[in-house]
Design a protein around this ligand. Sequence first.
Ligand SMILES: [Zn+2]
Length: 363
Amino acid sequence: MANESRKMVVLGAGASIGSKRYPINSSLDQLRDRMPSAENFFYDLFKLNKTENHNERFLNFLGLTYEALYDVIVRAWNINKGNNDFDPNGWRGVNIEEVMTFFDVGSNMFDQDSQEGKLYRQAQKSLLDFMFPLIPMICEGQHCEYLLRVFFGLEPKDTVISYNWDTIAEYTLAKAKANQIRNYAKLMRSDKIEPRMYRNTGLLLKLHGSFNWMVCKNPECPSFDTIKPPFQKNRYKLIGLNESYTCKDCGSNNLRPLIVPPVSNKMIHKDEFLKNQWLIAREKLLDTNELIFIGYSFPPTDYYSEWLFRQIYFIENRNDIKITVVNPQYGKRGSAVTKRYDTIFNDFEIESYKTLKDFAERN
Ligand SMILES: [Zn+2]
């Protein structure tokens, strides 16, 4: 193993935000050429680009579709400061992960049947209904031009790990015709997973689930509660959003994507499929000699991720492991991102790039 070079590319939220989405083939793409960030999720989502006929403007997607949810967030984040008008600037800094956490805590603080408990659970459901299918719509069929260059450099046994629910990584791997996407399809199709068997297989792992991992919630369905592989039957082509609304086994529309919100992180070990994804990632890490983190910040609540990457100290020949961090916050004096990386990888030299573009264009 020692002479063979193996990479692991880890994609965090910043990889999607920094992505150069392509192709731009509809007016919707033109209005929105960036993925929303977690930090300014709603603000980014409401903001529409300048076009030939319009100046930059804001559209209140949330208030138009889930008014009650909109009202609760406006209230709890004191967004309008008592005013009733839609104020896009008030939504700056309203972080999607903090909003999800707020509703998660609330829904656990009250009895299931109480008025408050119902309200919080309804808000949680509305928020997921709002994100799905909106986010998958934004990235349907889209790949990232910068990431594509990175993926062209992948060797057959290299690994791509994504923490993102969107499908930018999948479509970009497919565009690069990388074997990682085919092996990911095989993994999604296998009935029984033995993590050790994947040690020499180059593949994509989505550690927080995905907007295209559809699960049928109809208890009568033969495939009740199991993830449907997001690929067309007997093929390696990803299914489109419109094919993911109806269950092929029972015909119901009772499908939900399997995604792990940040606070439910602690639940990962309870889902056999997800747990195996993490164990495969660990197997792959043991043979890695180049680790590349793109747009990942090591949030302190991501306990599983810290556990995973601390496995690096169980590798005997770890001296020649190269670590690269692509993150505008890394290297800033006193930034939380710098501290996290330097604490976890205190035995390593870290090379860094500010943007995905810089990294893609290196050499
Ligand atoms: Zn079904």
